[in-house]
Design a protein around this ligand. Structure first.
Ligand SMILES: [Zn+2]
Length: 143
């Protein structure tokens, strides 16, 4: 999560909402890929931290299935990212701050653990939640 927080800070530097993500290899420690929000930087509406990290991890592995991998992200995933996480078959999703307005991993929706889907990653929330939330609060306060 500390690495994800570092990534989030990179996003804020480019004017993007500070959210960062890393994908850990099946061993749980090797970082396969990282990403931060790049919507403003790239003009791409789908350039969320999780999507970018998932794409890069798949490229690093040479296949789309991220079986046994863990995605760590500073903010609860939105519906798009939750969908991408299910599609990528990650084993575990770890997030920091909850997103009561748009969260899709327990807050507003729970797409990643929807029993109607055939793949449901384990979800661990609240890791360094205050640090993750403070980054966002500070960013929006400064705007
Ligand atoms: Zn998202």
């Amino acid at each position: 999560m500390r690495l994800a927080l570092d990534e989030a800070r990179l996003a804020a530097r480019g004017g993007d909402v500070p959210v960062g993500a890393v994908v850990l290899a099946p061993d749980g420690t090797t970082v396969l890929a990282a990403g931060h929000n790049e919507r403003e930087a790239t003009g791409d509406p789908t350039a969320h931290a999780e999507v970018l990290a998932i794409r890069r991890a798949a490229a690093a592995l040479g296949e789309w299935r991220l079986s046994d991998c863990t995605l760590v992200v500073t903010l609860e995933p939105c519906t798009m990212c939750a969908g991408a996480l299910v599609q990528s078959r990650v084993d575990r999703v770890v997030y920091g701050a909850r997103d009561d307005k748009a969260g899709a991993a327990g807050s507003l929706w729970d797409v990643v653990r929807d029993r109607r889907l055939n793949h449901r990653p384990e979800v661990i929330e609240g890791v360094l939640a205050e640090d993750c939330a403070r980054l966002l609060t500070d960013f929006f306060r400064a705007r």
